[in-house]
Ligand binder design. Structure first.
Ligand code: ADP
Ligand code: ZN
Ligand code: ZN
Length: 739
């Protein structure tokens, strides 16, 4: 068959297969159909077995490894434009290659959900109400129809989306009237790219010296378009990092460019968002998983047409189609939620660095507790190191105290001296925050007779007792069972709780200190819509109260009246097998501590432990995070651990206990052909059984990143041919963070 005018399209399909699929593109012959040349990044509908899939054209060529006559033609091009710009295409190719992930899944994950279906961008575009050319509307409106006149005045100034009209107090009946009469119609929103002027920006604080140095360093790099730069903004909690971002962003906006701001979890920091919106009277959009498909599409659309000046996003925002990206900010860059743990296991920071390089724009990585990877890059001069060493608003950093739990009475997890201190603070009309890393009432129930513990039948873990719901819940697989009242081992009814969770702490404090409100902030107390905002509002009133919470309390909040922070239990993470455990613990302690004393009263942090001599604890109480970090880096260097080496993790899981470990064992010998590799394992995953699957892992470590990637490429190419086993599911994690 001659190709004549027809072409071969190499298409990425959303399948877990590391390859592209060839299809034929038959040029339309009839004159009625407009000739539509396929191009890279365009979405196509193709037949796949009995299914029909939406794919992305990766390459247009005239050759195929397969006989041309065997290729199936595509069903249709969805539209006449590419869904990705060149920068995105380059980023996604790099990401698929770097993370060794199937390219079709990589491309699919970079599209908003509704574009993974057969719908055109034009169809989905936000609709705006546009005034018709008919000049007689004025005359047709009766004089006292004030609502209609108001709408007319607005529409004479521009076009508006329905939410914009609603917030301008226009009634939907007025809109309907305009549409019914033909005075206006809904049309795909034209790109409303406003020129940014200094008038759009207000409320800048005057910077202190450290901030001013940081801002001018960043601005001078973004002024010269040929230098791409990465900045570590290493500033203690409350040092005014956000003000530095805001003023650096201002500079970029005035160059008529867009800014991406990545944050760990948007829902948790409404204060940050409102600070951005207050500063910039511009289109600030959000991007996160709590939004509807339609909302996400709108953000995607406005990033693409340039209307969105700032997008505040969680990790997948790094894929957004900015037309004029001018800067990327990653706030709390150390946060583990920037790494996607399932499926396509990318790290937002790594992708952001690559994207910024493609766009030739600066990146700011901000944190009070930078990751050791980032610090190391700053130390060797790859990143500019900007430091903010003191708090901006004049408040001092809190003092740290150790409470040795071996030396005092402990009730429901709280040592007696801490309880006294809490009472003092409340009496002085201040707020107290207690951090405990566990939801529920108690992490496990135990039989007093035979020491049997309640455990999940699907995971190698215990089940948490939730008293108010009267359930035993597995926090790993979500399984819920009614609470039992009899031991499953010996039948005894003498069951007791072991350990403490937020629920118990809450109840115990209410009983011990009945005169003050105790507010619980965790995933259970904020599961319903509006609950989180209501709790924040209550805390923000600043009235004396106790806030009991999980990680949620640690993240970036600014509660000026909190003067005492109690860290109830850290001992569990002191003896972890994960080499990153001390780093994570140090970050958590410093972040939680950072909530103390942000107002006028100096803060105090109490750290409860049964191991007061532990080096990590000693380091954090007596020294700063930077001291801890430089010590930890020395240790990593001695042991050749990341960031002084690079890792890839092969995970395998199966329903049978033996299969996965046997399979990994059979791979190890193949790695012997490579020199300079350290192969660790196979070993059981820290939680070997999860949701009914037995999980094992093999770590490959190497001092050279390119060499490690070569080895992994070899493995992927050969794994299925050398060691095919359909009972196993395996995956690869490049630069793994969690084991
Ligand atoms: P970080 O993000 O480093 O934790 P924030 O940006 O939240 O710190 O700043 C902490 C507090 O200091 C905020 O209330 C902020 O308004 C204030 N602040 C920041 N910079 C200045 C400044 N230059 N002058 C006065 N107050 C400032
Ligand atoms: Zn479970
Ligand atoms: Zn028992």
């Amino acid at each position: 068959m001659s190709l004549f005018n027809n072409q071969v399209l190499q298409v990425a399909l959303p399948l877990p297969l590391r390859r592209l699929f060839d299809y034929l593109y038959l040029e339309p012959t009839s004159d009625t159909q407009e000739s539509n040349k396929p191009q890279q990044g365009q979405r196509v509908i193709v037949p796949f077995g009995r299914q029909t899939l939406v794919g992305v054209v990766i390459k247009v060529t005239d050759k195929s490894e397969y006989p041309i006559e065997k290729l199936k033609p595509i069903k249709a091009l969805i539209e006449n434009e590419s869904s990705f710009n060149t920068q995105q295409l380059n980023l996604l190719h790099w990401a698929a290659d770097y993370y060794k992930h199937p390219i079709g899944e990589v491309f699919a994950s970079a599209l908003p959900g509704i574009l993974r279906e057969n719908k055109t961008i034009a169809q989905l575009a936000p609709q705006a109400l546009v005034l018709s050319d008919d000049k007689s509307v004025d005359e047709q409106l009766s004089k006292n129809a004030t609502q209609l006149h108001k709408l007319l005045t607005l529409l004479k100034q521009g076009t508006y989306t329905r939410p914009e009209l609603t917030s301008a107090d226009i009634k939907s009946t007025s809109i309907k009237r305009f549409v019914d009469e033909g005075w206006a119609s809904w049309q795909a929103m034209p790109a409303n790219v406003k020129e940014v002027t200094p008038d759009d920006i207000s409320g800048q604080l005057s910077l202190n010296t450290e901030q001013a140095i940081a801002v001018s360093a960043i601005n001078s790099s973004s002024a010269s378009s040929n230098v791409s730069s990465c900045f570590l903004l290493d500033g203690v909690t409350g040092s005014g990092k956000t003000e530095v971002y805001l003023q650096a962003i201002e500079h970029v906006l005035l160059k008529q460019q867009q800014v991406l701001v990545c944050v760990p979890e948007i829902g948790l920091t409404p204060q940050t968002i409102s600070r951005f919106k207050q500063r910039f009277n511009l289109d600030v959009e959000l991007w996160h998983s709590g939004m509807t498909d339609k909302q996400r599409f709108n953000t995607w659309y406005k990033a693409r047409n340039g209307q969105a000046k700032i997008v505040i996003a969680t990790r997948s925002g790094v894929f957004l189609p900015f037309s004029k990206l001018g800067m990327i900010v990653i706030d709390e860059e150390h946060d583990a939620s920037f790494k996607q743990q399932e499926g396509f296991k990318y790290h937002c920071r790594s992708l952001a660095l690559y994207r910024a390089k493609l766009a030739n724009v600066p990146v700011i990585l901000g944190s009070a507790t930078p990751s050791l990877e980032t610090l190391q890059n700053a130390l060797v001069g790859k990143f500019h190191h900007l430091e903010l060493k003191s708090r901006a608003a004049g408040s001092q950093l809190p003092t740290m105290k150790l409470l040795d739990l071996n030396q005092c009475r402990v009730d429901s997890g709280i040592g007696e001296p801490l309880l006294e201190k809490i009472k003092q603070c409340l009496a002085a009309k201040q707020q107290v925050m207690l951090f405990i890393n566990r939801r529920g009432f108690a992490p496990v129930l135990m039989c007093e007779e035979c020491r049997w513990l309640t455990e999940c039948s699907r995971c190698s873990s215990f089940t948490t007792f939730h008293k108010s719901k009267n359930l035993l819940i597995c926090h790993h697989c979500g399984d819920q069972q009614p609470t039992i009242h009899q031991c499953k081992g010996c039948g005894s009814t003498r069951l007791s709780t072991v350990g403490v969770g937020t629920e118990q702490l809450h109840l115990a404090l209410q009983a011990a200190i009945p005169d003050y409100p105790v507010i619980r902030l965790d995933r259970d107390s904020t599961s319903k819509k509006g609950e989180f905002d209501a709790i924040l509002e209550q805390i923000n009133k600043g009235e004396p109260s106790i806030i009991v919470g999980t990680q949620m309390v640690a993240k970036g909040h600014h509660f000026p009246n909190v003067s005492l922070v109690g860290i109830v239990d850290v001992d569990g993470s002191l003896f972890s097998s994960d080499f990153r455990a001390p780093e994570k613990l140090a970050q958590l302690i410093v972040q939680v501590s950072g909530r103390a004393g942000r107002g006028s009263v100096k803060g105090e942090v109490w750290l409860q432990t049964k191991f007061p001599e532990h080096p990590v604890i000693q380091d954090l109480v007596n020294n700063k995070y930077s001291d801890f970090a430089s010590f930890a880096l020395t240790e990593r260097e001695m042991l050749s651990l990341p960031p002084y080496s690079y890792q890839a993790l092969i995970r395998a899981e199966a329903t049978n206990e033996q299969y996965a470990s046997h399979w990994l064992q059979s791979i190890s010998p193949h790695l012997n052909q490579f020199n300079d590799l350290l192969v660790l394992g196979p070993s059981p995953a820290p939680m070997t059984k999860k949701a009914g699957k037995f999980r094992h892992m093999l770590t490959i470590q190497c001092k050279s990143r390119p060499y490690l990637h070569k080895v992994v490429d070899w493995l992927i190419e050969n794994l299925d041919s050398v060691q095919k086993d359909n009972r196993i599911r395996w995956s690869i994690d490049i630069d793994p963070l969690d084991l």
